[in-house]
Design a binder for this molecule. Sequence first.
Ligand SMILES: Cc1cc2nc3c(=O)[nH]c(=O)nc-3n(C[C@H](O)[C@H](O)[C@H](O)COP(=O)(O)OP(=O)(O)OC[C@H]3O[C@@H](n4cnc5c(N)ncnc54)[C@H](O)[C@@H]3O)c2cc1C
Length: 294
Amino acid sequence: MTSSETTAQGTVRAEGTVHPWIEAAPAPVDRRLYAVTPRLAEVRRVVPVTPRMVRVTLGGDFAELLGCAPTDHVKIFFPPEGEELPVMPQVGPNGLVPPPPGTPRRFRDYTLRRVDRAAREIDVDMVLHAGGLGSTWAAAAAPGMKVGVLGPRGSEVVDPSLDWLVLAGDETALPAIARWLSELPSGVSVRAVIEVADAGEEQQLVSAADVDVRWLHRDGVAAGESTLLADALADFEFEFPTGRGFVWVAGESGALKPIRRMLRNHPALDARCVDVDGYWRRGVVNHDHHGGED
Ligand SMILES: Cc1cc2nc3c(=O)[nH]c(=O)nc-3n(C[C@H](O)[C@H](O)[C@H](O)COP(=O)(O)OP(=O)(O)OC[C@H]3O[C@@H](n4cnc5c(N)ncnc54)[C@H](O)[C@@H]3O)c2cc1C
């Protein structure tokens, strides 16, 4: 098989040897797409999780919210400056209607940290950092404030019967990692590697799985400028455990490049069991994680 050859389940790497289960096994990720629905939501509660992370509970018409995976995310639409209501995207017979040219892009991606359809509410954990529309809004969030919620537009459901997972990332990945851990059953072995600003940003993570969490502290190094995550994963370079597994990594796009390279070239892994997603990019407003390598 060549490096660019594609199977029904995805592209399979050619260099090195892959574990025999990889080619024999079904694809470890089931990708589902949904029709997106814009919803108006209201802040119900705001709770600080750590000094630099705030949990915002949004109430709205979430009883029928689609989605089922820990990495499910939505676009949150923030109201224009000085206004109370967000400009909501419109859905026509052919799907989303593009906004008129020049419309400010007042939305950002956030993970669904918790979904409670019965209570018609969702939680999003938002990083507080210098500048940024989402961060500035989160720092001032208060009950009664309105936002728009679009999505999720799909789910990437990782095979729940896998033997092991490696979950890694910075603060922006932490909501997905925390949700993933909270939903895993016992019997799965998980290694989580999480980079945060300092010890004060560590969170209590709850899981029934067999979890080994390693926290990495930047301790003064700016977010997106540290190599802690790449160094830790290279250190592990670690015999990935035996059995069927999956590696998921998210964080600052540039910091993930060496990680992506390393994982792609790892003899025990192939493209179908690795997902490296640039959730934000240093110096870029509203980074598009679907663009380029991300
Ligand atoms: C699928 C997906 C899920 C995500 N889930 C979450 C989530 O649950 N919680 C969350 O907080 N973020 C999450 N993110 C990341 C978030 O969308 C970005 O960090 C976004 O740029 C934040 O918007 P902002 O308006 O605060 O900053 P922007 O206006 O986009 O950027 C302004 C400046 O701030 C910088 N910046 C952006 N994010 C950070 C950061 N985290 N730390 C330091 N500097 C930053 C930018 O590089 C830029 O220079 C997710 C991203 C994706 C793609």
